[in-house]
Design a protein around this ligand. Sequence first.
Ligand code: 3PG
Length: 396
Amino acid sequence: MKISVLIADKFPEVYIEELKKMGLEVIYDPKLGENDIPSIIKNVDILVVRSTKVNASTINNSNRLNLIIRAGAGVNNIDLAAASQKGIYVSNCPGMNSIAVAELAIGLMLSLDRRIPDNVMDFRKSVWNKNEYSKSQGIFGKTLAILGVGNIGMEVAKRANAFGMNVYGMDIYRVEGAPLTYFTDMNEVLPKADVISIHLPATPETKNMFNKKMFSLLKPGAFVINTSRSDVIDEEAMLEAIKEKNIRVALDVFKGEPEGKSGEVKSPLQDNPNIYVTHHIGASTEQAQNAVAKETVKIIKDYAANGAIDHWVNRARGVDVKYQLVVKHYDRPGVLASILEVIREGNINIEEIENVIFEGGMVGCCSMKMKATLTADMLRVINENPNVISTSLVAL
Ligand code: 3PG
């Protein structure tokens, strides 16, 4: 049976052809919405989406679905819990659209400084206002605070350095030689920041992270740019800060953003002159979409060739394993079963297991990770197995 791939968002034609050449059955329907997919998912093995939501009913209506690929970075549009409960892999394409998002963030920063969108809107209304639009401050020598220095934040930092800005960055991970000064204390950096650019994923920890307290730390007239996820900003607090401190904001994402690709949009942010909104286009350059599509094809190729899952995001991390048992054994039927039987009798659960074979196919090596240790007696029984060459049990 052919592997069936459903692509439910816009995807470059050349990469669709590449998938077809691999002998896969490809269903391409970029118009599908969240609620259309459940009725056609039944016989699909791989689902590819951009921002289209993959909800629990898509996952639960599927018979064969084994891999969901987010052709982009953020996976908050996919019901990860439902996928994990059904043992469906979810992968993404990290870093592939970082430059595009960084370019937009920089564009928004310059737009805020020069009020480029207002210039254009006035010109279209036949209004000439050089007086008003000559009040810009300039970006050189200003302080930028980047919240979230992953792939995108790093690209923003590089570009901001080229503008001669003082660049600060906050992240739980640090990269040696990063072109910025890392900070941890918002109280120290936010009051001196002229521009704040947010590049955080939507997680329970980042939800409404930019709240009243954070806005209260900003200096009057500061710029806040969010090209990440709307959930990160408390929009009520943002509107208050605009009123009280005349901060100015540029958003590529906002609460209540339409799911569709075109149509009407209504938002309380619409009539506020201190807010610029773009249409969630951070990743939408041809370069970025080609890079994302190329990576998606690579993920599918690796999966089809050997079952490997690249960029697997719903793999349990930090499972509390404490011991590793490594058994070298002759590669014969029943050897692993007999080792596992000893462990089962000891009522120990194996959390992770991998068996690999040495060249020549004579000897295998099985590594098992678990929370509890084996008793000396259990180890003795395993070692007495004539097909076991050696064992090593270590505390991790
Ligand atoms: C991402 O997470 O990669 C960006 O938000 C892009 O989303 P999009 O592919 O739906 O434009």
